[in-house]
Design a protein around this ligand. Sequence first.
Ligand code: FCX
Length: 454
Amino acid sequence: SSDLKAVLKTVIPKKLRLFEHVKKDLSSHQIDIQTVGSVIGGMRGNKAMFWDASSVDPNKGVTFHGLSIEECQDILPKSKMELNDPKSELLPESMLWFLLTGCIPSQEQIDDFSKTLAEHAQLPEYVNKVLDSLPKSLHPMTQLSIAISLLNNESVFAKAYERGIPKDEAWEYVFEDVINLISKLPAIVGKIYSNTYYNGKELGVINKDKDWSYNLSSLIGFTVDDSINHKNLSRSQSKDFVNLVRLYCALHGDHEGGNVSAHATHLVGSSLSDPYLSYSAGIQGLAGPLHGLAAQEVVRFILEMKDTLDGEVDNDAKIEEYLWKRLNSKRVIPGYGHGVLRKPDPRFTAIIKFGNNRPEEFAKDRNFQLVKKLSQIAPGVLAKHGKTKNPFPNVDSSSGILFYHYGLKETLFFTVIFGASRSLGPLSQLIWDRIYGLPIERPTSMDLKTLASL
Ligand code: FCX
């Protein structure tokens, strides 16, 4: 990470100058009109947050420092082991580098960075012990937030703050915590998985010559070469699971600042809670079914629907009927709708493309076919239903069913992988929050009597 920090240091002065200009000359510039609807309506559409690395256009979807998903797939470095493999996907660590610095890393920089992450991957023993002591029935997302909170014990930022540090040095400690936390996420994810589903059996290893996603996949028993007892697990032999994790994690890394997980991380961090506590708050937000938990809900929904359809995944009328039944029972269609997007989510499209590009795996997968079929039928039904502002599929609509295909069938676990990936953006922003010296976030609330008397 020393190289990453060196690159970051080169971009800070210019950004700080721009920030100072905005702060000094434009602070009283009006951006938005505040409405009562926004105050009681989840601040929807309210331009009230500062977030730099990604933005979401209602029609075009996410861009990362202005680059589309396809551009990132083309430009950002892949695994050094698979440079000649056209199906190899961009690495989440390349995305992290890009989100944090705005610079495209070289292959060599990313090779070194992957190694640094792997070298810091080991969990302190007390984290393993606490995870071992948790009931298996505890939702994996709760386990994830507990593990991340526990690492607050390692925080160099918290210790430095206690000692007393000048404000403009805070970011350097936050940087160290962020890299340490992201390094450890594969091991946390692996530990939760093996404890919850395999009685704590070791399913894989951290290999210092492999990338972050490879190690994460290995620790949940998914790499063909490294996994221990691989033959005893019901796993696809395809190395493409690792590519799916790479793509999924890079794409889920950031989605501007207003989503619950990003916003919660930023809010808690603004009180100078360290990155572990801040991101643990983000994880707790991600665990809600209207946000990241939709990843698990979609798979359960698809599997249930397939059962009800009795395998007839091409039967449009039956699918429509199923959707109406669900809507009439006042339940949402998981994986559809969005707070900002008004067109199909390009992250959904990218994941579907991943499946389409692998006909040998997915052409006969009826769950995958149903996901695609649903994306043609559900928008019409939701539009007729007339409530949602966006009847199109969001990111959670497709991803889980691909994990399922490769043999990751524990649906409650899917959001944990989302949790590992979402660290990239919010934690990069947290470093910048401290570089800019942003203040504690403290909006003003209003009571009903006051609103009613307006
Ligand atoms: N199915 C049924 N009704 C839906 C719907 C859906 N998929 N999406 C929105 N609606 C309903 C809302 O419940 C709301 O009803 P109400 O007026 O009775 O309260 C109405 O349509 C207006 O909502 P809308 O403004 O379009 O959407 P919001 O910004 O309030 O909410 C989410 C956005 C994503 C929460 C909403 O579309 C939803 O609940 N979707 C299903 C869950 C889901 O897929 N979440 C994942 C989102 C995302 F990709 C992520 O964060 O991971």
